[in-house]
Design a protein around this ligand. Sequence first.
Ligand code: NAD
Ligand code: TYD
Length: 339
Amino acid sequence: MVILVTGGAGFIGSNFIYYELDKYAEDRIVCIDALTYAGNLETLEEALKNERFVFYRGDIADGEFVNGVFAKEHPDIVVNFAAESHVDRSIEAPDIFLRTNVIGTMTLLEACRKYGIQRFHQVGTDEVYGDLPLDRTDLFFTEETPIHTSSPYSASKAAADLLVLAYHRTYGLPVTISRCSNNYGPYHFPEKLIPLMISRALADESLPVYGSGENVRDWLYVKDHCSAIDLVMRKGRNGEVYNIGGHNERTNLQVVKTILKELGKPETLITYVKDRPGHDMRYAIDPTKIRSELGWQPETSFDDGIKQTIRWYLDNRTWWEHILAGDYRNYYERMYGDR
Ligand code: NAD
Ligand code: TYD
């Protein structure tokens, strides 16, 4: 089987590539990534040594490029991770979010129609459901929860999901969508909450908590997300949406305090800053469908996963220090510059 992974130089896509290469000795992985600021080819250093892996630098919204890769590689399954993914950036500059997340997804869907595939899997987000109130802990997002987006990021991801479902209904394209809660783990770009707080705490810098820090996120260890995507794309029912989450709700303040405690740093580093406009209060997933239909269960609790993640950031300082210094952006030229 040939699996085309878009956005594979990012956080979840790279974890997924390693998961697939490790689990399936027969499959070939083709990765497309534009290497935006969030893409880091250094993350794929080990994969690049594997003869079952090939990398193409390019934009998923560029039809000529995408068609060229499909014509050459003939993927059986396409998994679309490529996206602009940071809510704060979408508030500053929404246009690139529409181009990559919406036009990019459509461009991939068109190529799938043209060349034929067994499955197109869209990696979606629970943020398309908007948020839940803090005082209704009995409420969870199900696949039936109405789409009700808050940020340009979530609006663009919702548009992409709707396009995917439209291609299924109108053109009969075989598709699945997964909607996951917040991920954490290795190779997470240090602009997102957990790696940002770890790297800043290690440097004894202030930790900027938005608003009062009471917002709740439902944290999922990235490897558990990878196992869920793998199941859905291979065994999920055609045309269906599956929510992915493991009931690991924490307030932002709880997360930050846990990190400080693990690192032996003082809580005086916490600084309350101006809130994010439109800041969603609570995300919480009901994973009943994926559990009952596909037998998926997450393996890592937040208490274990956060310890493993902190350990990883301590053991892999070069990885994130290259990012903070901007050096990671030269890696592609070093690898491919003279080819
Ligand atoms: P990321 O920002 O770490 O990685 C995105 C990758 O996509 C980068 O390698 C980037 O270079 C690439 N990319 C961006 N624009 C591109 C384009 N036009 N063409 C080709 N490649 C492009 O994101 P992530 O956190 O790994 O998220 C992956 C997917 O999972 C996204 O679709 C995101 O919406 C979704 N998701 C993420 C989370 C989370 O907690 N991180 C939760 C739910 C869903
Ligand atoms: P983030 O990692 O950006 O993910 P998302 O917005 O997609 O959930 O943020 C997670 C939570 O942490 C969110 O409620 C915003 C908050 N946050 C801070 O308080 N300070 C920060 O510096 C960042 C990046 C996020």
